[in-house]
Every structure is written in C-alpha cells, then in structure tokens.
Design a protein around this ligand. Structure first.
Ligand SMILES: [Zn+2]
Ligand SMILES: [Zn+2]
Length: 185
C-alpha cells in the first residue's frame, strides 16, 4: 500500500485494521505523497493493537526517516525483499533513492514503477507481466513523459499486459486519455 499524505486516515476510517493478521507496506521512495503517513500507521498498529507491521524498502534513509518521526524500532520489521517481491532500482528525483518493484500476488505478476523518469530498468521484468502500473505525467520532469513513452507503452500493452497509468497531472490530459485520443489501445 502507499501511505501518502492522507492515506493513514482513510485506512483507519475505512478498514477494521485490527482484523488483519499481517500488514505489509512497500515503500518505493520517501516523498511525502508515498511515505508521509507511514510512521502514523506503524505507531497506531503498535500502540493500539500491539501488532507489528512489516515495511519492505530498499531506500537508504528509511531507518532514519522512521527514527526521526519517533517510530520505535520494535514497532516494525524492515525487509528488503521477499519470495514474491523484488525491488527494481530506478531514477526519479535527484538525491532520492527510488525503486519500483515486481510483485507476485494471487498468481499475477505485477510490475509497479513507483515514481520514475525512465522505463529502462523495467523492460527486463515485463516479459511475463500481467499488470503494469506506470508513473506518467505531462508537465513534470521527475516523472515519465507520457508522450515520449507512448510507443513503448503500446508495445507493452500489445504483449497482453494490462497497463495502468498513474500520477497524471492534468485534467484535459486525463480526458484525452479516457477518450482514447492517444490510441493507447
Ligand atoms: Zn516522488
Ligand atoms: Zn509521487
């Protein structure tokens, strides 16, 4: 799950968090819109339900990030991989360690780019991919430029992979995409 700015509040209000035996969180990078309420979620689960969540991340500052937000070490477990999860190093913002990942869940291969400026590191993982979640934008140079990437995305889609676009930053653009004006189909 992504624990951005408002995510903890939504989780708390919409789910009975106590009923889950195990909560795993994957952190791709430490921008606020992706990790901003991670500490709150950990603290809540720990102090209210006495449950430890598992945080998967390879970000080099993740431990410091949790330390400076007052998250006791014993309240979470930190892991860098699991049998069904592999991180994929990518480029996003200067000085920020950023990853996408490949996840196998319910017999589906999912590739998720996180925020990225490039598709390159993901190509080797796309051969047997069922669902591809990709960060695209119109205006930002910290995200993949949709118009530059569209040829590649069409190719990926033609290989029986469902493509999901994330992080789009322009209303008219979304309208155009939904009207298929970019012929992603
Ligand atoms: Zn970001
Ligand atoms: Zn973001």
């Amino acid at each position: 799950m992504i624990v951005g700015f408002t995510v903890f509040g939504k989780l708390k209000n919409n789910f009975n968090l106590n009923k889950y035996e195990q909560i795993d969180v994957i952190i791709t990078h430490l921008h606020n819109d992706h990790a901003g309420t991670l500490s709150q979620l950990i603290l809540y689960m720990w102090f209210v339900f006495n449950k430890k969540i598992t945080v998967y991340s390879k970000c080099k500052n993740i431990k410091t990030f949790l330390d400076i937000t007052g998250t006791p070490e014993e309240s979470y477990e930190l892991k860098t991989y699991s049998d069904n999860l592999e991180f994929i190093k990518t480029e996003h913002a200067k000085d920020l360690d950023s990853y996408g990942f490949k996840l196998k869940v319910n017999n589906k291969n999912i590739v998720y780019t996180g925020d990225t400026i490039t598709l390159e590191p993901f190509f080797p993982y796309l051969k047997d991919c069922d669902e591809f979640y990709v960060d695209v934008s119109k205006n930002s140079n910290a995200h993949l430029n949709f118009e530059n990437a569209i040829q590649d995305l069409r190719k990926i889609k033609s290989n029986n992979t469902k493509v999901f676009l994330m992080h789009i930053d322009d209303k008219d653009y979304i309208k155009k995409i939904n009207n298929n004006e970019f012929f992603i189909d």
